[in-house]
Design a binder for this molecule. Structure first.
Ligand code: NAD
Length: 493
């Protein structure tokens, strides 16, 4: 396992400039921004911010790569081989990526090592497999003016795709956007979150090493208000694949609407975890706690609304409190640590405001609620019991380690509570009754429902939500559809 000192050395080798037109664009941008270590509150790196000229050049180079560059001539099988090579390189450098991601995001070392980086590797491999299978359909047609017809569709790359990502799982979410778009033959411009851009910059060096033709992939670091806004509003961008908050998602959607450009919006969630009375309570308590506390709760699919059947309510509450007490908060590089720091002081303030709101609105604070007295943006794993679904802590996304426990008396009520939300991203059911599992899974409004396990992600499975959670699907064949236009060809024979 990499130590903190070793990880800090690794960061020194991460490029800090934009990468486009097949090379690092050193010295082009005058503005910079600092990347801060959430655990020590010290500066980790100073990164160049891509301005208007850089965004223009990157977009026009991506466009020419698609129109008449080497990328345009790279067929599906060759794209698949390149993506496989990216997967191999990422796997070989997995420990380095995991260490830098831990440092940059403040998350415990085992999470990127076991989840984020392997998921990213699997995503590149999965889409390597799709790259030569992006096929259209033949469609039977009755003929035209007395003559027979042959009709078929072809799937063509949507064009230049801007991928705008959040800071919570930078490598994995970048892979979710970059791999399907490249498999489909698009040119991708990645704009990582300013709070944690390091592994995305490293990904560019790895993609360069894999041999992707110039213009197929670019990374433009910069703040959302500057580089993100320029990219989202650029008329040369054909599609914006955005993951982030609903507020920014709205801004991006409005910018895209000006040119009727396509969007995939993966926004937040307030996902229910429903514990039925027939659940295996040991497994449920363990899984629910992971669903609330993994990645410090900075997870779009966090199961932060915990709905519990009255018959097992006290038992489940007791078990969850024990789980919260088991969490070891600390430096992600220290032995045994299971929860790190939140990304920023701003995020810590936001989470603490929600904790205050929970107390003020009358929910019972049964675990955590405080900030440890030490450097770093830490917040204790926190649970509220006796909550109502109308409370702020049950309605708004906190994006921190805060779970809200609500009691229910019937399956009807559980479904009604689960669906009484502005969000609809994910839901988890804990039950040993097969019929109940399938029945409730159909009735809960969510893009993804998991039974007896929290958020079992796989690159083959479509991912996305509706309502304030956004629209569109990433991953699996849906990820290919999201990055292609279907063109109809009819030949009058
Ligand atoms: P954010 O919306 O502040 O930022 C997301 C990205 O958008 C960043 O790269 C940022 O620089 C950029 N950005 C900011 N303003 C912009 C603008 N005006 N134009 C274009 N880009 C702009 O979100 P965040 O704080 O980084 O992430 C937290 C949010 O992301 C949470 O709401 C969380 O639920 C959501 N999220 C969703 C998923 C999902 O799959 N649904 C996954 C992870 C995070």
């Amino acid at each position: 396992m990499t130590t903190r000192a070793e990880a800090e050395q690794l960061v020194l080798k991460v490029p800090t400039e934009p990468y486009y037109a097949g090379r690092w664009q050193a010295g082009r941008d005058v503005n910079t921004f600092d990347v801060v270590d959430p655990v020590t509150e010290r500066r980790l790196a100073t990164v160049a911010e891509t301005g208007a000229a850089g965004v223009d050049e990157a977009v026009s180079f991506a466009r020419s790569a698609l129109d008449d560059g080497e990328w345009a001539r790279t067929d599906g099988a060759a794209r698949g081989r390149l993506l496989d090579r990216v997967a191999d390189l990422l796997e070989a450098r997995g420990e380095e990526f995991a260490a830098i991601e831990s440092l940059d995001v403040g998350k415990p070392g085992f999470e990127p090592r076991v989840i984020d980086i392997p998921q990213a590797v699997r995503t590149f491999r999965h889409f390597a497999g799709w790259a030569d299978k992006v096929a259209g359909r033949t469609v039977p047609t009755p003929g035209h003016m007395g003559r027979p017809t042959l009709s078929y569709t072809v799937r063509e790359p949507v064009g230049v795709v801007a991928a705008i990502t959040p800071w919570n799982s930078p490598t994995m979410i970048a892979a979710w956007k970059v791999a399907p778009a490249l498999a489909a033959g698009c040119a991708v411009i990645l704009k990582p979150a300013e709070d944690a851009p390091l592994t995305s910059l490293l990904l560019a060096s790895l993609i360069e090493e894999a041999g992707l033709p110039a213009g197929a992939f670019s990374v433009l670091p910069g703040r959302g208000e500057v580089t993100g806004r320029l990219l989202a509003g650029h008329p040369g961008v054909d599609k914006i694949s955005f993951t982030g908050s609903p507020e920014t998602g709205h801004t991006v959607a409005v910018a895209a609407a000006k040119g009727f450009r396509r969007t995939t919006l993966e926004l937040g969630g307030k996902s229910p975890q429903i514990v039925f009375a027939d659940a295996d309570l040991d497994a449920a308590a363990e899984g629910v706690a992971i669903g609330v506390f993994a990645n410090q709760g900075e997870v779009c699919a966090a199961g932060s609304r915990i709905l519990v059947a009255r018959a097992v309510y006290d038992d489940v509450v007791e078990r969850l409190v024990a789980r919260a007490r088991d969490v070891k908060l600390g430096d992600p590089f220290d032995e045994g640590v299971t929860m790190g720091a939140l990304i920023s002081a701003r995020q810590r303030e936001r989470v603490c405001r929600y904790i205050d709101a929970g107390v003020a609105e009358g929910a019972r604070l049964i675990a955590g609620g405080g900030r440890p007295r030490r450097a770093g943006y830490f917040v204790e794993p926190t649970l509220f019991a006796g909550a109502a679904n109308t409370m702020t802590i049950a309605r708004e996304e906190i994006f921190g380690p805060v779970g809200t426990i609500i009691v229910f008396d019937s399956d009807e009520e559980a479904v009604a509570l689960a669906n009484d939300s502005d969000y609809a991203l994910a839901a988890t059911l804990w039950t040993s009754d097969l019929g109940r599992a399938h029945t409730v899974a159909r009735r809960v409004r969510a893009g993804a429902v998991a039974v007896n396990g929290w958020s079992p992600l796989d690159p083959a499975l479509p991912w996305g939500g509706s309502r304030l959670s956004g629209h569109g699907r990433e991953l699996g064949w849906s990820g290919i559809e999201a990055n292609t236009e279907e063109k109809t060809v009819t030949v009058v024979l």
